[in-house]
Ligand binder design. Structure first.
Ligand code: IPE
Ligand code: IPE
Ligand code: MG
Length: 244
C-alpha cells in the first residue's frame, strides 16, 4: 500500500499485541475442520503484520500458541506446528523482503517441549533478521506469561546465588530485563477478537498498564479496517498511569 493511502491516527501506539483467537469457531461455523481456521488465521496474521508495520507501529507481538494449548487434540497441535513450519520456511525465502522492510523477528516462549526442527528454524529466522530494527515482531509460541516471570526470577536468583547482586537489589527493572521482551517497551494496546474478555496468560508482566480492545470478530475474519478501529479508539483513550 502506498504511504499516501494509509490512514492517519493522532496517536499511534508504539507496541501493539494481538491475541489471535477464534480460528476454531470460525471453521466450525463453516462446517470446516478447525485446522482450516488456523490456516486462514495464519494468512490474516501475515496481512495484519505487514499492515501494522506499514502504519509505522514499531513493536508488534502476536500470540500464536500458549503453554496451555498443548491440551488440545494431538492432531490439531500437529497441524498448528506444521503451519509454523510453513511460515518459517516462507520467512527464510522472504529474507530479502524482510530485510528491506526492516523486520526484526523474535520468537518468545518456552523452548522446552517444542520440536527441535522448529527451534532450529526459529534460530535461522531470528539470526537472519537480528540486525534490522525498523519493526520488531515478536511471535509468542509455547508462551505463558507466568512461566516467563518464573524464567526471569530464576535468572535473577542465579545472580543472587553467585553473589553478583543481593536480594535487596531486585527491582521491577530487573524483572523486565530478564523477560523475553527485554529491551522493548510494554504493549500500549492489546487486541483480542473472538468475544473473549481475558488475557489467557498473555504478557502477564508487560500488560500492567496496557489499553485493551475487544471485539466479537473471529480472527480469520479480522481485517485492516478492524485494526484501524482499534487504533482509532486507542487514540482517544486517556492513559493516566495512576496520575490524573
Ligand atoms: C486461536 O484460535 C489459535 C490458537 C489458540 C492456537 P482457537 O483455536 O483458540 O479458536 P477458538 O477459540 O477455539 O474459536
Ligand atoms: C489464547 O487463546 C491463545 C492464543 C490465541 C494463541 P485460547 O483459545 O487458548 O484461550 P482460552 O483457552 O479461550 O482462554
Ligand atoms: Mg480460543
Amino acid at each position: 500500500m502506498e504511504k499516501a493511502e494509509l490512514p492517519h491516527f493522532d496517536v499511534l501506539p508504539q507496541h501493539v499485541a494481538i491475541i489471535m483467537d477464534g480460528n476454531g469457531r470460525w471453521a466450525k461455523s463453516r462446517n470446516l475442520p478447525r485446522t482450516e481456521g488456523h490456516k486462514v488465521g495464519g494468512r490474516v496474521f501475515r496481512m495484519i503484520c505487514d499492515y501494522a508495520a506499514d502504519l509505522g507501529i514499531k513493536y508488534l507481538t502476536f500470540y500464536a500458541f500458549s503453554t496451555e494449548n498443548w491440551k488440545r487434540p494431538q492432531q490439531e497441535v500437529d497441524a498448528i506446528m506444521d503451519l509454523f513450519r510453513d511460515y518459517l520456511f516462507e520467512m527464510e525465502d522472504r529474507k530479502a523482503e524482510n530485510e528491506e522492510r526492516g523486520y526484526n523477528i523474535r520468537f518468545i516462549g518456552e523452548k522446552t517441549g517444542m520440536p527441535e526442527d522448529i527451534l532450529n528454524l526459529f534460530g535461522t529466522v531470528e539470526g537472519d533478521s537480528e540486525k534490522q530494527n525498523k519493526t520488531h515482531i515478536n511471535i509468542a509460541v509455547n508462551y505463558g506469561g507466568r512461566k516467563e516471570i518464573v524464567h526471569s526470577v530464576k535468572e535473577i536468583a542465579l545472580k543472587v546465588a553467585a553473589g553478583e547482586i543481593s536480594a535487596d537489589d531486585i527491582n521491577e527493572e530487573m524483572i523486565s530485563d530478564n523477560i523475553y521482551t527485554a529491551g522493548q517497551p510494554d504493549p500500549d494496546l492489546i487486541i483480542r477478537p473472538s468475544g473473549e474478555y481475558r488475557l489467557s496468560n498473555f504478557l502477564t508482566w508487560q500488560s500492567a498498564y496496557s489499553e485493551f480492545w475487544y471485539s466479537d470478530i473471529l480472527w480469520p475474519d479480522f481485517t485492516k479496517e478492524d485494526f484501524n478501529k482499534a487504533l482509532e479508539e486507542y487514540s482517544k483513550r486517556h492513559r493516566r498511569f495512576g496520575g490524573i
